[in-house]
Design a protein around this ligand. Structure first.
Ligand code: R5P
Length: 286
């Protein structure tokens, strides 16, 4: 198991949990910002797993360089695990002339991989294998691990999805926690501004858990938390699988009682690790 810089810690955990060898690399940057990549382990005729989340464009370049190098070094198979798949929100042509970025990125990753696994892919709601523009990928579900974090921690919990897109994961979370569930109505007015209206459930004096697949700018969760405070929620927590946090976590932490994400992207609030999910999946496939 090899980890790129964005998933080094996660790769170590996966290797330990699954009793896999952890591959050694030397990765650094040249003064101009380009990557220097070297694989120090012998990979000839070995099945290799490369774990690299793609929060930034640099993460993608590193992924391409590492996977192509594994091939050059005659590894047998290359299984790419991308905990957070970059550009997954541009999975459709919403306006004429737009780039279908998710397709382009996945087709490039596919060139260097024998299999691709991701976690809670933004444009695919289910666990399992699916195809997207000729690329086969496997989607793992980290929601059970995320929701388990909250289980038993709150007195009067209720799960709220901040929008229709997060409806299914909210319902699933409520089932796991055996608690009530509601959904807010969201209208996006710009990249980082949304307008929201409350659902039908009375949330006064309840411990609200906002559940979403990702927090990016934080606009959605901030607006939801503001409204829920007005409605009299006792405590407000937010849990997401992917903590992109484009604007950091400071504003979110001010309004929320607890902010939690997984380590699909390593952040200061990655309180849940997806390592068991990945290790189990690799062991199942072996
Ligand atoms: C929307 O489809 C997603 O489920 C999230 O609600 C959204 O991507 C979060 O974005 P932001 O944090 O920028 O509001």
């Amino acid at each position: 198991v090899f980890g790129g810089t964005s998933s080094g810690k996660l790769a170590s955990k996966v290797a330990e949990m699954g009793s896999f060898d952890l591959g050694k690399t030397e990765i650094r940057k040249f003064p101009d910002g380009e990557f220097y990549i070297r694989i120090l382990s012998d990979v000839e005729d070995q099945d290799c797993v490369l774990i690299q989340t793609t929060r930034t464009s640099d993460d993608l370049i590193e992924l391409f360089l590492l996977s192509d190098l594994l091939r050059d070094l005659n590894s047998s198979e290359i299984h790419t695990v991308i905990p957070y798949l970059a550009y997954s929100r541009q999975d459709k042509v919403f306006k004429e002339g737009e780039a279908l970025s998710a397709k382009t990125i996945l087709q490039l990753i596919d060139k260097f991989s024998d299999s691709i696994t991701t976690v809670n892919c933004h444009f695919f709601d289910f666990e399992g294998e699916f195809e997207f523009y000729g690329v086969r990928l496997k989607n793992l579900d980290a929601f059970p691990l995320l929701v388990e974090y909250f289980n038993g921690k709150l007195e009067n919990p209720v799960i709220i999805s901040p929008d229709k897109g997060a409806l299914e994961c909210g319902k699933k979370a409520a089932e796991i926690m055996k608690c009530e569930f509601d959904c807010l109505e969201k209208e996006r007015v710009s990249d980082d501004k949304v307008i929201m209206t409350v659902g039908t459930l009375d949330i006064s004096n309840r411990d609200v858990i906002l559940i979403d697949d990702m927090i990016s700018t934080g606009g959605t969760i901030l607006e939801a938390a503001r409204i829920l405070r007005k409605e009299g929620a006792d405590t407000i927590s937010a849990g997401c699988v992917h903590g992109v946090f484009s604007y950091g976590t400071a504003e979110l932490s001010k309004i929320l009682d607890n902010l939690v994400c997984t380590d699909t992207i390593q952040t200061e609030v990655s309180k849940v690790s997806i390592a068991p999910l990945i290790a189990e999946n690799l062991n199942r496939e072996n």
